[in-house]
Ligand binder design. Structure first.
Ligand code: SAM
Length: 189
């Protein structure tokens, strides 16, 4: 599988953003931080490493996978026949999420730091629309950098969770959500 992600990276490095799949340690932590939800939307599912953990830790929760690379998307089809798989860029088909339940969680491996601006900007704007006004929705995103994955859009705020050292390279897990939701969680903790 690593070989396969490497092969796809060689074709479009800025879009794929990694030569190795996420480690099982990162996958477990991402799935754990997704928490309870009525629907899971994975962005950039790639080789399906995180997808497998989402299915294992959240059985029965409807799963929608976005993967722009057609080779990787067709492999996801065969490994996750119960998931809805959208083999296009997220921002181009975010309209497919119009009926998403209130308590939906987005889990993303999108390589925001290398994505071309004409993809990163509309992707962030689509996420802003899907999260704003929905205090129970969240985006769980990892990044290899010590700072937030991208500047928080108006009305949303980042919270840093953990660093997973057993990943190449080590990755920080972050959550993007409405600040109200985050302060309620802090009070409940
Ligand atoms: C870091 S890689 C995959 C990581 C994944 N967790 C794994 O272990 O294979 C990021 C993936 O995002 C996909 N991708 C990049 N931009 C995308 C977009 N705008 N919409 C959907 N998928 C995208 C790439 O094709 C690539 O498979």
């Amino acid at each position: 599988m690593g070989d396969s992600l490497l092969r796809q990276w060689l074709k479009t490095p800025a879009m794929v953003g990694a030569i190795l799949p996420s480690s099982r340690h990162l996958a477990r932590a991402m799935a754990r931080h997704a928490g309870a939800s009525n629907a899971l939307v994975e962005l950039g599912a790639g080789t399906g490493t995180i997808t497998r953990e989402l299915v294992r830790q959240h059985p029965g929760v409807p799963l929608i996978l976005f993967e722009q690379n057609s080779t990787l998307a067709s492999r996801l089809h065969s490994h996750f026949p119960h998931a809805e798989i959208i083999a296009e860029c997220f921002h181009q088909r975010a309209d497919r999420l119009a009926q998403l339940p209130e308590r939906a969680v987005f889990v993303s491996s999108l390589p925001f730091r290398s994505l071309p601006a004409d993809i990163a900007i509309p992707t962030i704007s689509a996420l802003q629309q899907l999260l704003s006004g929905h205090p129970q929705r969240r985006l769980i995103q990892f990044t290899y950098q010590p700072r937030a994955p991208f500047r928080a859009p108006a009305g949303l705020a980042w919270r840093r969770y953990v660093t997973v050292w057993r990943n190449a390279p080590p990755a920080g897990i972050w959550e993007l959500a409405m600040p109200d939701r985050q302060s309620r969680d802090d009070l409940a903790a």
